[in-house]
Each structure stands twice: as C-alpha cells, then as structure tokens.
Design a protein around this ligand. Structure first.
Ligand SMILES: Nc1ncnc2c1ncn2[C@@H]1O[C@H](COP(=O)(O)OP(=O)(O)O)[C@@H](O)[C@H]1O
Ligand SMILES: N[C@@H](CC(=O)OP(=O)(O)O)C(=O)O
Length: 451
C-alpha cells in the first residue's frame, strides 16, 4: 500500500484536483490519500491557508464585515472546485456551515483559535475531495484526524506528533478496496483541541500515516519534476537529484529546500518508509527517491546546497572565556526561562555565537534575552545580529572526500563568510553569511561542484 500526499499547488482548482484524482485512480496501491488546502492558482494568488489566517485575525478583531467577506472568498474556492465536478450547491452545505461556525466556537486561547481556523483549509478540502470521489462511484471515505487518533502536542500552531498515534493508526479498520482521504497539517491535542503542524506540515501528516499504516512507499506529489541540487529560484535549471538519503534531505530541507518539510523525515525514518517526491503534472517521471543511508552509494561529493534566511545570531566575546566555568550554562538557563530554543552554537576561544530561528522570537524576547545575558555573564562585547543566513552544503559523499577546500575556493573574494562549521555532521558543512550574500553563496558553490 502507498500513502500519497498532494500539496496545495496540486489542488488549487478543479482541473488540478481532477488531475490529482486521475493519479489516485491509476494505481490501486494508492489507498491512503493526504490532501493540503487549495494553494495558489497563479503567481500572486493567495493560498486558502493564508485566507484562513486573515479570517482568524478578523474574527479576533471582531471585524464583522471583513469576516463575512473572507468567509465568502474562502468558500468560493471550494465552490469553484465543486462546480468543475458538477456538484450541487446542497453538497456544499456542510462545508459552508463549518466555515461559518469557526468564529462561534470556544477556544482555550487565541493561538488555538488560529490553529483551528488554519486546519480547516485541509479539513474542508479532504471532505470535498472524498465527496467528489463518491459521486464518481468510487469507494472513498473522509477520515478526520480525530477518528484516526492523530494525537499531537499542545502547541497549537507548531505541534509535533505524539507516539501513541502510531498505535491508534495500526488499529484503524478499513477495507482493502476503499480510498481513505485524510486532511494534512493537523491533529488533536490530548485535551481534544485542534493543533496544526508548522507551515507546510501536510508533508508531516503523510509521513505519520505512512509509518502508522506501514506503507510500502510514501509518494509526495508537488509541482516540480524532482528535488533539485539547488533551489530553482536561485540557480537556473539545477540538476535533479535521483536518489538521496533521509539525513541529506533533513539537512537540506532544514536549511531551505521547502519542497519537503524537514520534520516529515522523522516518522519516515522511524518506519523506514522510502519517500518518492514526484510532479503531479508528470506522474510518470521518476522524481526523487529519499531512502535510508544503509547501502547508499553516493555518485557525487555534494548532493545539494540550500540556504535559509530566517536566522538571527547573538555574538559574545569575552577574554578568557575558555577558562570560565558555567558561562554557557548561564546562557542556556536564560533561554530556557524564556522557552526559546537555539539552533546552533559555534564557539572559539574567547567568542561564542548562538544562532536562532527568527520565527521563534519576538522583538520583546530579543531585548529581554540580551539584557539577561548581559547581566548574567557580563561579556566584553555582546551583539545581536538580525541579518543572518545559513547555507548548508550536504552530501553523503563528503564523508570520504574533502569538500571544504572547494567551498572556500568557490566563495573566495565573493561572499562575506562569518562562520564555517564542519565536523558536527560528517555529511555537511554549514556557513553563516549576511542574508544578501546567501543566494550568491549557493550559486557559487553550485557552479564549483556541478558545472
Ligand atoms: N531544491 C529544490 N528542489 C525543488 N523545489 C524546490 C527546491 N527548493 C525550493 N523548492 C520549491 O519548492 C516548491 C514546492 O514546494 P511547495 O510549494 O511547498 O509544494 P506543495 O504545495 O506541493 O507542498 C517548488 O515549486 C520550488 O519552488
Ligand atoms: N496548507 C498548509 C499546509 C501545507 O502543507 O501546505 P502545502 O502542501 O501547500 O505546502 C500551509 O500552507 O502551510
């Protein structure tokens, strides 16, 4: 059996949904289907998830007129898909009611309200798609994450799956000839509230289901022919990657390969499920296989180069830092007090840089952390660097070949490199640069290793 996930770009309108359905129908092994909310139909279009965020904000602001307009705009996206398949307006009554009921429901906090609104992009789309399949005479069933037992942490917009979910999924009853249509992106907390994964998190649902149902393959359908060695928005016609390992993908998606969510690797690794990223528009193309490390023979030194521009850093210099007891501990205690995780912590003899994901910080938190750090460890110099990008150069082949000299040669006299970290992972090198240099770093390193 295969678990198949379609991204929002593959379900943006009626013709796109129709094409996705033809892919589902063409292979009886494609039994568990995960759908995202309708995505962008054209360049400047708005994803349904983003419309739902606006709808939630209008509800919180009690802006009634805006709320009505957004509700209608979101509903129209589903109507357009339903119309394409000739559904009657009465078929959409339940979807309309659920959308309209969102502002009236009770939520523990504003963050839970936001999570519940966002989740309905996929929830309503999965209901609509199972209805379309049923009308076409297929044995299809909408499965809500509540019914399937997808349990997640109580972090309403950044949840992670709880391990008991897998036991629930193993017990889930279904027939050999039915298609199960799941909404991606969310689960239920132990208290019974909706919580979504981070953005792009329908990939995570697909991986959880693939592990829970012991799928033979997790097919992830998107809008590109393959995962490329560099982001196609940065490098012109980058080379497609035919096969890569889980850990290569994890490092690359962490740093910016948005095509597959980095957290979706974890359930797939847990269940040893191979992943096939494919293009909805060309389902017969082989796409990219993501497989375990065991038995993998790399055909090149570098597999991919990614960069993420959503980082910031706290730099500290203190003479004789290496001789001081508890310096790092005091800083970690401060981060713990504010509930802020750090991403990386490269250090020298008298210097330390702590790198953060900017999405996890507010301006107020930054001020509070800097003030506490200043008071607790009294560094000679403390600097907050808002403008920080991380570029990852990743490849299983780097275990046996020295890539660092090539990376340095590629960047020389072009890019201001503020940090190089090699060794923490034997398959990657991480470099820190100002954001403005990140794309240049990617294309220079790509040219060196691939052209
Ligand atoms: N290295 C890469 N290879 C392929 N696509 C990439 C890469 N890096 C970034 N992308 C982008 O990821 C997009 C697909 O991801 P996403 O928009 O989240 O798809 P979906 O809506 O199917 O989940 C591609 O259109 C491409 O712009
Ligand atoms: N719709 C959600 C979840 C998701 O995975 O979407 P997509 O498959 O379009 O990346 C989002 O926009 O974040």
């Amino acid at each position: 059996m295969k678990v198949v996930k379609f991204g929002g770009s593959s379900l943006a309108d009626g013709p796109a949904v129709n094409h996705a359905l033809s892919i589902i129908k063409s292979d009886p092994e494609r039994q568990v289907i995960v759908v995202s909310a309708p995505g962008k139909r054209f360049e400047n279009d708005i994803k349904v998830t983003d419309l739902l965020i606006k709808y939630a904000q209008a509800a919180l602001a009690q802006a009634d007129e805006k709320m009505q307009a957004l509700q209608q705009e979101i509903f129209n996206r589903y109507v357009a898909i339903a119309d394409y398949f000739g559904l009657a307006s009465s078929d959409l009554t339940a979807i309309k009611q659920q959308l309209a009921a969102l502002p009236q429901a009770a939520y523990p906090t504003k963050q839970y309200l936001l999570g519940a609104f966002k989740a309905h992009g996929e929830r309503l789309n999965a209901q609509l798609i199972s209805l379309i399949l049923q009308k076409q005479g297929l044995k299809a069933r909408y499965v809500d994450p509540k019914e399937a037992g997808i349990k997640v942490t109580g972090t309403p917009n950044n949840a992670t799956v709880l391990p008991e979910s897998y036991a629930y999924l193993e017990q889930f009853n279904y027939q050999a000839d039915e298609k199960l249509i799941f909404p991606g992106f969310f689960g239920f907390t132990l208290a019974g509230h909706i919580a979504t994964f981070s953005r792009g998190g329908s990939d995570i649902t697909g991986a959880i289901l693939a592990r829970g149902f012991h799928a033979r393959l997790y097919e992830n359908f998107t809008d590109v022919d393959a995962i490329f060695a560099a982001n196609p928005a940065v490098v012109d016609h980058p080379k497609p990657i035919k096969v890569m390992t889980y850990r290569e993908m994890r490092e690359l998606s962490y740093a910016g390969f948005s095509v597959f969510h980095d957290e979706a690797l974890i359930p797939a690794i847990g269940g040893s499920i191979p992943i096939n990223v494919k293009n909805t528009a060309h389902p017969d193309h082989p796409g990219t296989m993501i497989v375990p490390e065991k038995g993998f023979v790399p055909s090149q030194i570098v597999t991919g180069i990614a960069s993420g521009k959503h980082f910031s850093a706290l730099y500290m210099h203190k003479y004789l830092l290496n001789k001081e007891n508890g310096f790092t501990l005091k800083i970690l205690e401060i981060l713990n007090k504010y509930g802020v995780p750090y991403e990386h912590m490269p250090s020298g003899i008298d210097d330390i840089t702590i790198i953060f994901d900017r999405h996890k910080l507010t301006d107020e938190l930054i001020d509070a952390i800097c003030e506490d750090v200043q008071n607790a460890v009294n560094p000679d110099r403390l600097e907050w660097i808002n403008d920080y990008a991380i570029t990852m150069i990743v490849g299983e082949g780097m275990q046996s070949h020295n890539a660092i000299s090539g990376i340095i040669a590629a960047l020389a006299n072009k890019v201001h490199v503020s940090m190089v970290n090699q060794g923490a992972s034997e398959i990657s090198v991480m470099i820190g640069t100002p954001k403005k240099d990140a794309d240049l770093a990617v294309s220079a390193i790509y040219d060196y290793f691939f052209n």
